[in-house]
Design a protein. Sequence first.
Lengths: 114, 114
Amino acid sequence: MENFIYDKRIYYHPIEFAMVHIGGTWKIPILLALRNGPQRYGELKTTISHITDKMLVTQLRELEKKKMIYRSVYRQKPPKVTYTLTVHGKQAFAAIDALTMFGNYMINITEVIS
Amino acid sequence: MENFIYDKRIYYHPIEFAMVHIGGTWKIPILLALRNGPQRYGELKTTISHITDKMLVTQLRELEKKKMIYRSVYRQKPPKVTYTLTVHGKQAFAAIDALTMFGNYMINITEVIS
DNA sequence: CAGTATCCGTGTTGATACTG
DNA sequence: CAGTATCAACACGGATACTG
């Protein structure tokens, strides 16, 4: 392996491919919000307090396209939509947890204002 | 904790802080290149074949500033400079390895051209 | 409630050329 | 050998307003 192409882009390391799925500012917060079970769109907005609609929708669509989450629509009034982790999405947590631990380590050895 | 300030920026999750240290296109490849011991500038350029001088220097300086690596200058002609992982840099590998495993998992379940 | 639609700033990366 | 310097492109994210 090592060097492959996906969706017209070249990747040099598996990590680059991992980052396509959980990288960016919002994907990990969204996955973490869904960790304890499905959430509605509005609940996600509350949980991730500082996200805008545009960013939330964009990232949800990307996560869905990459099969990290799935979207369930309940045809009722008012509408209800929930988002749930797939098995692939759950696979990300080992990496997410390791990143969290490393982040905490760096916070502890750094001058940080809380 | 949860929500803190560093260098005039606000962070909402430890992972954001982790990504400041190992995020971007080049920091992880550099750290991996140094995993088996110090490397000279030129060796790094060979190991990470597709990196430009500008990117290599920029990322090396940032990693140095964040105490992930250190720079040793040998005053001789022609000049020799080596880069070595610090203890903090080595701490990143748990997360890097977890990311690699997740990346490989996603590659395996995805249509990828090798 | 759960989104769309636009417009725009700005940071990150890249290409290329040059140097103590 | 180990870098600097400049200029440019482009993706990412943010602000704001609107809607089935």
